[in-house]
Design a protein around this ligand. Structure first.
Ligand SMILES: [Cu+2]
Length: 161
């Protein structure tokens, strides 16, 4: 092997290595973006609870991805028992998960689907914040802070009704 061949071989090898690295990282980035939904939460609030037995929580969860997902659990330091409720025929019932459609949103609002907290550890007042963590089947967990509002507060998007 002469000097020239060695140099060419070395250059070829380092080029291959560079391609392999960049090819690998861009490939996995693209995959993560395509497969994994990312959620954004807006307008999260909790009407000031009447007593420490229960509270409701409302928000809009938006899924900007092309992948449908599900809200599977909600946790909060305020309660050990957070439930996802849907309302059917004006009656609430607990469900295991709730769909967040691809390119769509899940609206948790008064009279409809909502999160219910049972057995509050403290009694939040108007102006307080309550920490929530939302868990999804595919998307990463999302931490949100809910504003505690007056009991009559009905959310920012009243035009939807
Ligand atoms: Cu409920």
């Amino acid at each position: 092997m002469n000097a020239r061949t060695t140099r060419t071989l070395a250059a070829a090898l380092s080029l291959t290595a560079a391609l392999a690295i960049s090819g690998c990282s861009s490939d996995s980035d693209a995959k993560a973006g395509a497969d994994k939904p990312k959620m954004t939460v807006s307008g999260a609030f909790m009407p000031e609870p009447v007593n420490d037995q229960m509270a409701g929580a409302f928000m809009v969860i938006k899924n900007d991805s092309k992948t449908a997902d599900k809200l599977t659990a909600v946790t909060s330091p305020l309660s050990d028992d957070l439930q996802i409720h849907e309302t059917k025929d004006q009656k609430m019932q607990q469900v295991a998960a709730m769909d967040v459609p691809a390119g769509g949103e899940l609206r948790l609002e008064r009279g409809g689907s909502h999160v219910m907290l049972m057995g509050l550890k403290s009694l939040p007042k108007v102006g307080d914040k309550v920490a929530f963590e939302l868990r999804f089947e595919k998307a990463d967990p999302v931490k949100v802070e809910l504003d505690v509002k007056e009991r009559t507060y009905n959310g920012q998007n009243t035009s939807a009704h």
